[in-house]
Design a protein around this ligand. Structure first.
Ligand code: ADP
Length: 541
């Protein structure tokens, strides 16, 4: 293996200390109800960074109650959209001012290069919040020309309490994709962070409160998937103490809704306790296997609407006319960015046979020159994988590639002897039926496959249970048009990759998920449409 790589030296002390390790519920930092904590680890060494509150069912219940109350009684959905927008903008400013600190937390918890966190992920997060702050006062319904003497309008209303579950690969960016549109639309939120990376979101949520966010609007629960995550996905009864004072309910309506028998038409608040169920929209990003569980929990509980952003096995197609040096560079970053831990990683590199040999040689050289090392160090392109589970899984995938007969061009093993670093790995001669060409590896492993013509590569690229993204490298307009229309994926990048503008929708075909996040599309996930039909007294006017 190439010895010019940066050696993994003694880890550099992160330029930050951990301030917040508790749950943030109803604007307060609190311990888990059980008092339990779990360690979050430094992937550079496997050592403990901090012990973090381990949220579970009871904490999720507390958080949902707080969010429900903030929605039903609090100022958030009632303030003007302009005021909501200004709070989100103030938060974006605070986030920007704290970029260094948050980026350092990201690097420490996740292992990603500090320079990438500070120059890419946090600025994109800030931009995302500013984008959705801009939407807050531009959300409105329509007037509808109905048949008959009616004035018809639609109101676009927030749904209520949004449950959100995020992964560990881009903790702050995923936080923004979820929280930004939900809050801009006037919902309240309970978000569960990934157990590998709990530190940054709770720090950011604290800043949100400093920006003027009312208590209970944004609640952050750290904890594990099968406990806290599952509790959120299957949450059913959102708030038992709806504020119905001053409202009058006929006995019949009440009895039909709660199944209890009431004596009087004018109800006491208590009668409805525990009887009304509210729908929680749930937004999930993570693996396809977990997505299936989450969807099942959601449908088994209360059929809450779910958006899923799941795994991928995206094709990066290098066409016959490609400038090989440029194609190598772009396809390299498409798969190796973020240690390969991207759902849309361009992990199947299809290369036209006419440029294949040159491409493989140069792709190998590029991977060998990738700078791997302590992610706090300047100039580092690749840090450690997030944890030992991912590290072991990637090494298993690499072994399977070797066993199935792919040619290991470079890499193939751990990097150094400490922490979860993996050598940038390139396989050539990869065949479609090998598991490295089918399964999501989520690591720094490039699989290069040879193709002859467009029809063939379209079929092969589409022959996947996933459909998240694709990259096309060509300057031939017809080729680009043909491929971009034929590929069954949610995003096509032509002569670029991983361009994540706040205004551009992102999401998957097939088992890469459903729904779209970012842009105008995400607003639909957090709004309900109400039709209001008014009979006209004098229709001739
Ligand atoms: P990975 O396997 O890469 O860690 P996951 O899809 O398991 O990815 O994790 C993404 C998010 O889903 C994390 O916040 C995790 O805690 C959560 N999660 C995992 N299992 C479940 C589950 N059974 N129910 C709800 N959330 C879960």
């Amino acid at each position: 293996y190439n010895s010019t790589l940066v050696a993994v030296e003694e880890p550099i002390t992160p330029p930050v200390s951990v301030k917040h390790t508790q749950l943030l519920i109803n604007g307060q930092f609190v311990d888990a109800a059980s008092g339990k904590t779990f360690p979050t680890l430094d992937p550079r060494t496997g050592e403990v960074i901090a012990h973090v509150a381990e949220g579970d069912v009871e904490d999720v219940n507390r958080a949902v109650s707080a969010a429900r109350k903030a929605f039903d009684e609090g100022p958030w959905p009632r303030m003007t959209a302009y005021e909501r927008s200004r709070i989100i903008l103030r938060f974006a400013d605070l986030l920007e001012q704290h970029t260094d600190e948050i980026a350092a937390l990201e690097t420490w918890d996740n292992g990603k290069p500090y320079e990438q966190a500070a120059n890419t992920e946090i600025p994109m997060t800030v931009r995302l919040f500013r984008y959705y702050a801009g939407w807050a006062d531009k959300i409105h319904g329509l007037t509808v020309p109905a048949d008959g003497p009616y004035h018809v309008q639609t109101l676009h209303e927030p749904i209520g309490v949004a449950g959100q579950i995020i992964p560990w690969n881009f903790p702050m960016l995923m936080f923004s994709w979820k929280v930004g549109p939900a809050l801009a639309c006037g919902n309240t939120v309970v978000i569960k962070t990934a157990e590998q990376t709990p530190l940054s979101a709770v720090y950011a949520a604290k800043l949100f409160h400093e920006a003027g966010l009312p208590d209970g609007v944004l609640n952050v629960v750290s904890g594990f998937g099968p406990t806290a995550g599952a509790a959120l996905a299957s949450h059913m009864e959102v708030d038992k103490n709806l504020n119905l004072k001053g409202f009058w309910f006929p006995k019949k309506l009440l009895n039909s809704s709660c199944g209890n028998s009431c004596d009087s038409d004018i109800t006491a608040q208590g009668c409805l306790q525990g009887s009304l169920r509210a729908v929680v929209p749930l937004a999930f990003t993570g693996s396809t296997d977990t997505g299936k569980i989450v969807l099942e929990l959601a449908s088994k509980s209360n059929l809450k609407p779910v958006t899923l952003e799941l795994g991928g096995k995206s094709a990066f197609i290098v066409c016959e006319d490609a400038d090989v040096d440029q194609a190598v560079e772009l396809s390299h970053s498409a798969v190796f960015f973020n240690q390969g831990q991207c759902c849309c990683a361009g992990s199947r590199t299809f290369v036209h046979e006419h440029v294949y040999n040159e491409f493989v040689e140069k792709a190998r050289a590029r991977a060998m020159n990738r700078s791997v090392g302590d992610p706090f160090k300047v100039g580092i392109e690749q840090g450690p994988q997030v944890d030992s589970d991912q590290f072991e899984k990637i090494l298993r995938c690499i072994r399977s590639g070797v066993e199935s007969g792919a040619i290991l061009e470079t890499g193939g093993d751990r990097f150094g002897s400490n922490g979860y670093y993996i050598q940038p790995t390139v396989f050539s001669n990869v065949q479609d039926d090998m598991s490295i060409a089918k399964e999501e590896i989520f690591g720094p492993v490039q699989s290069i496959l040879k193709f002859k013509d467009l029809d063939e590569v379209i079929k092969r690229a589409n022959n996947s249970r996933y459909g998240l993204a694709a990259g096309i490298f060509t300057h031939n307009l017809d080729t680009a048009n043909t491929l971009s229309r034929a590929l069954k994926v949610g995003t096509v990048w032509i002569n670029c990759y991983d361009v994540f503008d706040a205004a551009v929708p992102f999401g998957g075909y097939k088992m890469s998920g459903n729904g779209r996040e970012k842009g105008i599309y995400s607003l639909n996930n957090y709004l309900q449409v109400k039709a209001v039909v008014t009979a006209l007294k004098n229709p001739s006017w």
